[in-house]
Write a protein that binds this ligand. Structure first.
Ligand SMILES: Nc1ncnc2c1ncn2[C@@H]1O[C@H](COP(=O)(O)OP(=O)(O)OP(=O)(O)O)[C@@H](O)[C@H]1O
Ligand SMILES: O=P(O)(O)OC[C@H]1O[C@H](OP(=O)(O)OP(=O)(O)O)[C@H](O)[C@@H]1O
Ligand SMILES: [Mg+2]
Length: 282
C-alpha cells in the first residue's frame, strides 16, 4: 500500500509530520527523495509534486494521496474519493483584479483575459457563471500578469492576503476553498489498509483539540466532580491504595479546560494534571 506525499513545498513537512504523529514512522533509506519505508512493512511513502499526486492515485502508482483540494480539482483524475479533510494548507482560490480597475463583479470580465496556474478550475468556474473569457495558463508569478498587460484578472491562491495586497489586487470572488485532503480511488477506498491509514490520521486530528485530565478527589466529592466533567463517556475512577482519595481521569475539550479546572477545584479536586493526547480513536 503506497501513500503519495508532497516531495517539497509548503505541504511537504506538515504531511510528513502528520504521518509520524499517526505512528507511521518513516524509516531512513538511501533515497528518501523518491520513497520511504514506514514501520509498517505494508505501507510505503511515495514522494511526488503536490500537483501530480491526484494523477498518481488515479493511475494506481499510489493507493492514497495527500495534497490540496485545489490540486485534486485541477487534475483530470476521475474516480477519486475524498476520505478526510486533514485540516492544514488552508487557502482560498480567488478571482482578483487590479485595485484601480473598474472590475466589481465576475460579469465585468466578459470578453477579458484571465491568467492562472489553475486553468481547469478557472474554465469550469467561468462556465458556471456563464462569462466568456480567455484563460491563459501561467506557471508562477501570476499576480504580476495584470500589471504587464497579459491579463485583466487572475485566479490564484491566497491565504493571508499579503501577496494580493503587495501586487495591488483586490478579490472579486471566491472560486474554491481548499485544504489538504486524504483521498483514494473509488475501488480502493474500502480496502482494509486504506481504512487503517485513514483511521490513524483521523486519530491525530481527533486528539488535537482534546486534553487528558487527571486529578485526585475525596470520595464524597465524586458526584460533583462528575457533574463538572463533560468528558467522553464519563470519567474513569480508580481507588488510590492507602488513601481515602480517588483518582479521576477524563478527556475534555481543550477550550473547556480553563473553566473546568476552576470548577474542579471548587468542588474539592486537587493535584490536577493536564496533558496532551497523541491520538484518539473513538
Ligand atoms: N499561501 C498558502 N497558504 C496555504 N496553503 C497554500 C498556500 N499556497 C499554496 N497552498 C497549498 O499548497 C499546495 C502546494 O503549494 P506549494 O506552493 O507548496 O507548491 P507549488 O508551488 O504548487 O509547488 P512547486 O514548487 O512544485 O511549483 C497548493 O496547491 C495549495 O493547496
Ligand atoms: O495570501 P498569501 O499568504 O500571501 O499567500 C498567497 C501566495 O502563496 C502562494 O505562493 P507561494 O508562497 O507558495 O510561492 P510560489 O509562487 O513559489 O508557489 C500562492 O501562490 C500565493 O502567491
Ligand atoms: Mg506555491
Amino acid at each position: 500500500m503506497r501513500i503519495a506525499v508532497p516531495n517539497k513545498g509548503r505541504l511537504h513537512e506538515p504531511s510528513e509530520e502528520l504521518l509520524e504523529r499517526a505512528g507511521l514512522h518513516l524509516v531512513d533509506g538511501a533515497d528518501r527523495q523518491l520513497h520511504a519505508d514506514t514501520v509498517d512493512p505494508d505501507v510505503t511513502v511515495l514522494y511526488a509534486r503536490a500537483a501530480d499526486i491526484p494523477e498518481y492515485v488515479a493511475d494506481g502508482a499510489a493507493d492514497v494521496g495527500i495534497t490540496g483540494l485545489d490540486q485534486v480539482r485541477e487534475s483530470d483524475a476521475d474516480d477519486l474519493v475524498e476520505l478526510r479533510d486533514l485540516d492544514f494548507g488552508r487557502c482560498r482560490l480567488v478571482l482578483a483584479a487590479p485595485e484601480d480597475s473598474h472590475v466589481e463583479t465576475v460579469y465585468d470580465f466578459e470578453g477579458g483575459r484571465i491568467a492562472t496556474e489553475f486553468p481547469t478550475i478557472t474554465r469550469r468556474y467561468f462556465d458556471r457563471v456563464d462569462v466568456d473569457v480567455d484563460v491563459t495558463e501561467v506557471s508562477g508569478a501570476t499576480e504580476l500578469t495584470p500589471h504587464v498587460d497579459i491579463a485583466d484578472g487572475i485566479v490564484d491562491i491566497t491565504s493571508t492576503g499579503t501577496t494580493l495586497r503587495m501586487n495591488r489586487l483586490a478579490v472579486v470572488d471566491e472560486v474554491l476553498e481548499s485544504s489538504v485532503r486524504l483521498f483514494a480511488r473509488e475501488d480502493t477506498a474500502d480496502d482494509e489498509k486504506v481504512k487503517q491509514v485513514d483511521t490513524a490520521l483521523g486519530s491525530v486530528l481527533a486528539a488535537e483539540d482534546k486534553r487528558y485530565l487527571m486529578m485526585n478527589a475525596p470520595e464524597d466529592a465524586l458526584d460533583d466532580v462528575k457533574d463538572v466533567l463533560p468528558g467522553m463517556g464519563g470519567p474513569t475512577v480508580m481507588d488510590i491504595a492507602g488513601s481515602d482519595q480517588l483518582a479521576v481521569h477524563a478527556v475534555v475539550e481543550e477550550h473547556a479546560v480553563f473553566e473546568t479546572i476552576s470548577s474542579l477545584k471548587d468542588v474539592g479536586a486537587s493535584d490536577i494534571l493536564v496533558t496532551e493526547i497523541e491520538r484518539l480513536v473513538e
